[in-house]
Design a protein around this ligand. Structure first.
Ligand SMILES: Cc1cc2nc3c(=O)[nH]c(=O)nc-3n(C[C@H](O)[C@H](O)[C@H](O)COP(=O)(O)O)c2cc1C
Length: 81
């Protein structure tokens, strides 16, 4: 069964196209490797991301994302089951 997790966060400083490109490239490469899919929305100074995949892989990724210095106030609003 596919596990889904959704969070929101606030950017630390505005990201330009190059920074966003790097983030997307890194994320896509890792997510293909780990069989994770989802959606990332960058809007009004923050992110919303839906992550879907194997429960352990998604939770491991979320722990890494929480520590990422490119954003703050990471708040999950769909809870692990
Ligand atoms: C808003 C945001 C979304 C991210 N989404 C992903 C993601 O979907 N997949 C991913 O691997 N890393 C994502 N990252 C990057 C991770 O925080 C982390 O830097 C990365 O997974 C480390 O990859 P590495 O182990 O290859 O160095 C995201 C970072 C931010 C700030």
């Amino acid at each position: 069964m596919i596990y889904t997790l959704t969070y929101e966060s606030v950017i630390v400083k505005p990201m330009d196209n190059q920074e966003m490109g790097l983030l997307l490239e890194q994320s896509r490469n890792n997510n293909i490797r780990d069989n994770i899919t989802g959606c990332l929305i960058y809007y009004m100074g923050g992110f919303i991301q839906v992550l879907e995949g194997d429960r352990t892989k998604v939770l491991e990724l979320y722990e890494k994302i929480k520590l990422d210095k490119r954003h703050k106030n990471v708040h999950m609003f769909s809870y692990p089951r």
